[in-house]
Design a protein around this ligand. Structure first.
Ligand code: GTR
Length: 324
């Protein structure tokens, strides 16, 4: 009698567990640490998805590059080993040509301009183009504006950069961008930058406030020049293999939850930018703000000439420039 009761109780527990366990858990990659806006935004997307599918579909974010560096995790997402991935558009440049356009230096006039473009037809065109790489483009996130930092000296003009070595994301555009400024570019994974600056393999790198801060790069490269050469959006993609396994209804739920995480991300980003700047400034970093951007913009003419090579890409540039 007692045994039957226990067995019955265990059965109830098992059923209860089954009812709350996720049927499908989508594994999502991010290079950033827990608490970083992109990580929190994807976690939030997962919460929405879980709630809306009655606990069937869940997302688990593997932060801090646990699944690898961006270039490798993109490949793994294409192969279906990773279900979802939040990455910069930069490492996509050599894979999906449309991503080159929002990765061009000084293409956006401001973050607002970038939001308008990525929320509009050009953004949709890029999300759709992900299909050509066996991926489903879900949403764009903020990546702030990127500026140069280094361990050697304050950079106040292009001339100051002559011969210096800067790490860039793994994309040819950024290699050419740095070359056009008279410096040398070393493409390398994000996770190797700290020690490479520390050991003098490179003089510096370039990034936004939150990444400069959370990576600790500000500790080893204390001169940060706010020339803001790039406003590269970030993207949340899903593996087409994983996406195709879902019902049409679940696919729609994934898309909607991703879209709904965008305003959450934008709010988190604004707050984190301010917090990161405050932390970096308090650490005694030298921030160079009196910088004339015009020569930097003018130096990018050959970069545009090299990458804006087809009528399709030219039209994207024009569409972006025409967006008010
Ligand atoms: C960050 C971005 C990451 C990664 C990193 C990098 O700003 O959020 O996705 O691209 O820069 O420089 O590699």
């Amino acid at each position: 009698m007692k045994q039957t009761l226990i067995a019955a109780m265990l059965g109830t527990v098992a059923m209860a567990t089954a009812a709350t366990a996720c049927e499908i858990t989508l594994r999502s990659s991010d290079t950033h640490p827990d608490g970083y806006p992109t990580v929190v935004a994807v976690q939030k997307m997962g919460e929405l998805l879980k709630e809306r599918t009655g606990d069937r579909l869940c997302v688990e974010v593997f932060h801090s590059a646990q699944l690898g560096e961006e270039k490798d995790t993109i490949e793994q997402t294409q192969f279906g080993v990773i279900d979802m991935n939040r990455v910069s558009l930069g490492p996509f440049n050599n894979i999906v040509e449309e991503t080159q356009i929002p990765s061009l230096p000084f293409i956006f006039r401001s973050t607002d301009h970038m939001h308008k473009v990525m929320d509009g037809p050009v953004g949709q065109q890029i999300l759709d183009a992900m299909a050509g790489a066996d991926l489903v483009g879900l949403a764009f996130y903020d990546g702030g504006s990127r500026s140069f930092y280094n361990s050697e000296k304050p950079i106040r003009s292009i001339a100051d950069m002559a011969g210096m070595k800067f790490r860039v994301m793994q994309s040819d555009i950024f290699v050419d961008m740095v070359a056009a400024l008279g410096a040398n570019a070393t493409p390398m994974p994000y996770g190797e930058v700290y020690s490479s600056i520390q050991t003098g393999v490179i003089d510096g790198a370039e990034n936004n406030w939150p990444s400069y801060e959370s990576s600790g790069h500000f500790e080893v490269a204390k001169y940060y020049t706010l020339n803001q050469h790039l406003i590269v959006p970030e993207i949340l993609v899903m593996s087409k293999i994983a996406y195709d396994k879902l019902s049409a209804e679940d696919q729609a739920a994934v898309r909607q939850a991703a879209k709904d995480s965008v305003p959450v991300m934008r709010e988190l980003w604004t707050a984190r930018e301010a917090a990161s700047e405050a932390k970096v400034r308090a650490a005694g970093t030298e921030i160079i703000t009196d910088i004339d951007k015009t020569p930097f913009i003018e130096a990018m003419v050959p970069v545009y000439a090299k990458y804006v090579t087809t009528p399709k890409l030219q039209k994207m540039v024009e569409d972006i420039q025409a967006t008010e």
